[in-house]
Write a protein that binds this ligand. Structure first.
Ligand SMILES: Cc1ncc(COP(=O)(O)O)c(C=O)c1O
Length: 412
């Protein structure tokens, strides 16, 4: 079988998820391979946000907190996201950024395991995860320390000294997937808690937090959930932990009775205690559109297509771009891979710049990785072909070798 554009076009013709593509406002002529950084714009988002501004805010004014249920948006959208991550509706809320939610949950977890001092993570985890752990240690000032273990030795490293294991389910750079069930099981055998960062998993892979008996999780709203730049993130606290854990950010909206306006803090029952301040209503409206769209898709089909897109990308790069020093960083086996594919190259940054200038938008991750996000709702098989043929041209003609591509932009 040759992976010609014609053949890939045929795959698009029989793709059961193809109908979702028109629900996204993608610019003409662009192959968008960065939905794992910023998801594409759902067509319905503009009208929804505009309606919220014009009617709910403009006409309803402050009454809309009740009349349009703004105040319940964190729980309402959380309950919808719960369906995407295998949680119960009352175990997820949408609030704050991933970083802030990590801080709240790390501190709460360490206080709940007060006799233990060790947090386990892996080297090369997403920086915010590691930085937040450091910040939590400074806040607690109780002699905690961080043990960074390579994946292969992680299970053995968890022991009865471990308070918390914090891992990113799908690695942001390599797309390697952790076995959530096995790690959670091992941590529980040792009496430790696990906090999963689902930023690169939620909306991309089927996730079963309850099936894995997960304790805690956070995830991103602006990647596979298509909630728009800076969309709020979500946090999950398993029902059995909800009333034992307390947020270190004791804001009024996490209070049991915020509108009693009393002087003493009393945590709300359930996951609502992890809310802090006023929700970003405009941004939540866009996020809800993205989540609603994803809920219409069968996640099994989404995951199967993501795998196939990845397999085709890997196969095409091997057959079309051999001999150009591109090294596959992601697992070749689809079941071990999340929804992006990464390659290493000494001139990765310049190649990404040259691709973007030719309408193929992927991204660069320091020091030498090209990353291609695969978002099955709006990406087709033919898009993958176009991307690889553009990459081939960039490599064979050395189109990346221009002085202006050597200057790093502030954001990559
Ligand atoms: C694994 C992971 N965690 C967290 C974040 C971002 O966190 P925040 O939304 O606080 O910027 C990212 C962003 O790319 C990520 O990849």
């Amino acid at each position: 079988m040759t992976l010609s554009l014609q053949y890939l076009g045929k795959l698009d013709g029989i793709d059961p998820l193809r109908k979702f593509r028109s629900a996204f406002a993608l610019p003409e002529g662009i192959v968008y391979l960065d939905g794992n950084s910023l998801g594409a714009l759902p067509v319905a988002s503009a009208a929804r946000v505009s309606d919220l501004i014009t009617h709910e805010w403009g006409q309803g004014l402050v009454r809309s907190w009740s009349n349009h249920n703004w105040i319940e948006a964190p729980q309402r959208i959380g309950a919808k996201i719960a369906r995407l991550v295998g949680a119960r509706p009352h175990e997820v809320v949408v609030t704050d950024s991933v970083s802030v939610n990590l801080f709240k949950l790390v501190v709460a977890a360490l206080r709940a395991r007060a006799s233990r001092r060790v947090v386990i993570s892996e080297p090369g985890n997403f920086p915010t995860d590691l930085y937040v752990i450091e910040g939590a240690f400074d806040t607690l000032n109780a002699g905690h320390w961080l043990q960074l273990c390579a994946r292969q030795s992680l299970l053995e490293a968890i022991d009865t000294e471990t308070a918390l294991v914090l891992l990113t389910h799908v690695h942001y750079k390599t797309a390697e997937v952790f076995d959530m069930h096995a790690i959670t099981r091992r941590a529980h055998e040792c009496g430790a808690l696990v906090l999963w960062d689902l930023s690169h998993s939620a909306g991309a892979l089927p996730i079963d937090l309850n099936g894995a008996e997960a304790d805690l999780a956070v995830g991103c709203g602006y990647k596979y959930l298509n909630g728009g730049p800076g969309a709020s993130s979500f946090l999950f606290v398993a029902e059995r932990h909800q009333n034992a854990l307390v947020s270190p950010l004791t804001g009024w909206l996490g209070h049991a009775k915020p509108f009693d306006f009393v002087d003493q803090y009393a945590p709300a029952p359930g996951v609502a205690r992890f809310l802090c301040g006023t929700p970003s209503v405009l941004s939540l409206a866009a996020l809800e559109v993205g989540v609603d769209l994803l809920l219409q898709a069968d996640m099994t089909l989404v995951a199967a297509k993501s795998r196939r897109l990845g397999d085709i990308l890997i196969e095409l790069v091997a057959s079309e771009c051999g001999g150009f020093d591109l090294e596959l960083v992601s697992p070749a086996e689809g079941h071990l891979r999340g929804s992006h594919v990464a390659f290493r190259h000494p001139h990765a940054y310049q190649i990404v710049r040259a691709l973007i200038e030719r309408g193929v938008i992927g991204d660069f991750r320091a020091p030498d990785v090209l990353r291609f996000g695969l978002t099955p709702l709006y990406l087709g098989y033919e898009d993958i072909g176009r991307a690889v043929f553009t990459l081939k041209e960039v490599l064979t003609k050395r189109l990346w070798d221009r002085p202006e591509y050597r200057v790093r932009a502030t954001t990559t």
